[in-house]
Design a binder for this molecule. Structure first.
Ligand code: ADP
Ligand code: MG
Length: 163
């Protein structure tokens, strides 16, 4: 193989976006399953998005560096908790947890560059109900560097096996 070190499929991860929603949790489970089947690492990313105004107005509480660092640390803890919970069913899969300050779609698209597969939920925490896809899922489907797996909710609350 003439591929460079670090560029072999086995070194690449399954990247998944975790946003604290049920959909994100279902995406995490799919990501673990895919990582297990493919023999890859899992990389779970939680993106902390602050309003641009908050970052640019001095003295505005959200612009405070300690506040932002605490928020990122708290997000990392939340993602770690979910990874530990779901990951308990996938003992053979190595999982990395990250929290990043940024724009969710942009951050996930960027992370997909070093990934084998990107997994997201069809919907997340926010947005308008009635939309088939949230804005993050729409954007990553359009712009990701690798195949994207969009995990849909159960239909009418039925279990997947019930169709
Ligand atoms: N801040 C975030 N950090 C990490 N992943 C995210 C974030 N926001 C959304 N995602 C991922 O994108 C999926 C779809 O969310 P999104 O498009 O934001 O829908 P909605 O508009 O319903 O919030 C989520 O299930 C999750 O996998
Ligand atoms: Mg959202």
């Amino acid at each position: 193989m003439d591929k460079a070190e670090g560029d072999r499929p086995s070194d690449r991860a399954v990247v998944v976006g975790v946003d604290g929603s049920d959909a994100g949790r279902r995406a995490l489970r799919w990501a673990f399953e895919e990582a297990r089947l493919r023999g890859l690492r899992l990389r779970a990313i939680g993106v902390v998005q602050l309003h641009l105004v908050a970052l640019s107005v001095p003295g505005y509480p959200y612009a405070d560096e300690t506040y932002i660092n605490d928020l990122v640390a708290a997000t990392r803890d939340e993602v770690a908790k979910e990874v530990a919970l779901v990951g308990a069913d996938f003992p053979g899969v190595e999982a990395e947890v990250e929290a990043v300050l940024g724009t969710p779609a942009e951050t996930l698209v960027e992370a997909s560059e070093a990934a084998e597969l990107l997994v997201v939920g069809s919907r997340g925490r926010g947005g308008f109900s009635g939309l088939l896809l949230g804005s993050v899922s729409q954007q990553v489907v359009s712009h990701a560097h690798v195949p994207v797996l969009v995990v849909r909710p159960h239909r009418h609350g039925k279990a997947a096996s019930e169709g």
